[in-house]
Design a protein around this ligand. Structure first.
Ligand SMILES: Cc1cc2nc3c(=O)[nH]c(=O)nc-3n(C[C@H](O)[C@H](O)[C@H](O)COP(=O)(O)OP(=O)(O)OC[C@H]3O[C@@H](n4cnc5c(N)ncnc54)[C@H](O)[C@@H]3O)c2cc1C
Length: 401
């Protein structure tokens, strides 16, 4: 069998790993337009559920990913200069660069051929491939070529965002909302190694133009954001990963959906197939789950057409559910000014429950747990419970691997 994956992101690399593990005689190659070791973005978050998926797919790379990440044991929410509220919980993050390095190393160990600086322009070069996986990201040029067949829909999110880093290493996952004369602007930040924190800034269009970001170059943008968030940065700089020093580093999130995920032997996976808003930190997990499901179907169905059809059916349903959650989350951030008059504890509760589009009022057990999390004793209790849960899940994975 000959498999071609276009794009060495999580979807393309992970499918290549699984395909080669399942059938060592298969010829599997990954083609990536960037040079080796070059990628965009900072750290990505993931949960124990992602580690479970990774262990189920390939325990070797899962163990390397597990050993690498930063973790946090609380989430802090600040609203201007008021005392912070706490969300508790725990999670992990790993540098996107490091994640791809681990996956690429593992793929090569298994015998996958990765060809860097190879921009795929024309699928005719793969006429002899049995399966072509378009894992070339949200702006997939391959998908665009067959846009009618895939029934692709693109929709721009309302807010502006910018994906930055900082050398200030936050000990927890932090959300910080700052009032300005032009409206609220906020960041979410999480450490992903010992030196760097991911720092994503977001604001409404009126705030963005009101603060002059439509006229500032990347250096001026960075300086303005350092001033706005000075109380959190303690003198540390923000780090901009500029695609072009004259180009605005601000972006709009783009929602991508596809009615069909395959066309003949060409299959979409990862962000090429779907996007989920970064505020739920799920895109990498979905890319990996796509790879796992595609590999599972190819392995169990003798007929490739039936396999890709089953893959589409399974994943469209699963991803649709996550996209609805992500939409509720993105909508909460778009409406944030409806909540900023609340006390930090109530505001943080609203943030915690944002994926419930009914926007539940405080009440019941979840609210009582949230109140308990505001005390250091309550947080200590949560930390013990989390540590026990992590230990149990680690043990279960160890048994499985
Ligand atoms: C601000 C922000 C924060 C995020 N935070 C998180 C998070 O915390 N947790 C999380 O799980 N997810 C997060 N995500 C989402 C996550 O980054 C993506 O969902 C994930 O990278 C998708 O993987 P992929 O392999 O489908 O695509 P990508 O990672 O985009 O990889 C696609 C690859 O294809 C290559 N390529 C493109 N075109 C071609 C071509 N023609 N020929 C050859 N190669 C090509 C690209 O160079 C790229 O390497 C975040 C996204 C954003 C924007």
């Amino acid at each position: 069998m000959k498999v071609v994956c276009v794009g060495a992101g999580p979807a393309g690399l992970y499918f290549a790993i699984l395909a080669k593990r399942r059938d060592p005689s298969a010829e599997v190659c990954v083609l990536e337009r960037n040079p080796e070791g070059v990628t965009y973005g900072w750290g990505v978050t993931f949960s124990d559920d992602v580690l479970d998926s990774l262990y189920a797919g390939d325990p070797e790379s899962a163990a390397r990913i597990r050993d690498d990440p930063a973790s946090w044991g609380d989430q802090l929410v600040t609203l201007g200069d008021q005392a912070p509220a706490h969300l508790g919980g725990y999670g992990f993050a790993i540098g996107r660069h490091r994640l791809l390095e681990i996956l690429a190393e593992r793929a090569v160990e298994l015998g996958v051929r990765i060809s860097y600086r190879h921009q795929v322009e024309d699928l005719a070069e793969f006429a002899d491939a049995d399966l072509i996986v378009a894992a070339d990201g949200a702006n997939s040029a391959i998908r665009e070529r067959y846009v009618e067949r895939f029934g692709t829909q693109r929709e721009a999110g309302r807010n502006h965002y910018i994906w930055l880093g900082t050398s200030k290493v936050f000990p927890e996952f932090r959300y910080a909302f700052e009032p300005t004369e032009a409206g609220w602007i906020w960041f979410y930040a999480y450490p992903f190694d010992h030196q760097t924190t991911t720092f994503i800034v977001e604001c409404a269009p009126a705030t963005w133009t009101g603060l002059g970001f439509d006229r500032l170059d990347p250096e001026q943008t960075k300086a303005a954001l350092e001033r706005i968030f000075a109380r959190h940065l303690d003198g540390h700089p923000l780090l901009v990963q500029s695609r072009d020093q004259h180009m605005s580093p601000w972006l709009h999130f783009t929602w991508i959906t596809n009615q069909a995920w395959y066309h003949g032997n060409l299959v979409l996976a990862g962000d090429a197939a779907h996007t989920t808003h970064f505020s739920i930190g799920n895109g990498t997990k979905l890319a990996i789950d796509d790879a796992i499901e595609l590999d599972r179907q190819v392995g169990r169905q003798p007929d490739l057409d039936a396999a890709v059809a089953a893959y589409q059916q399974e994943r469209i349903a699963a991803v649709g559910a996550r996209q609805r959650i992500a939409r509720a989350s993105a909508a909460w951030f778009e409406d944030v000014e409806d909540f900023t008059e609340r006390s930090p504890t109530r505001f943080a509760y609203s943030l915690r429950t944002r994926t419930d589009s009914s926007r539940p009022a405080p009440g019941g057990v979840p609210w009582l747990l949230h109140l308990a999390t505001q005390s250091s004793l309550g947080r200590q209790g949560r930390r013990w419970l989390s540590a026990a849960r992590r230990w149990r899940r680690n043990g279960q994975r160890g048994a499985a691997s």
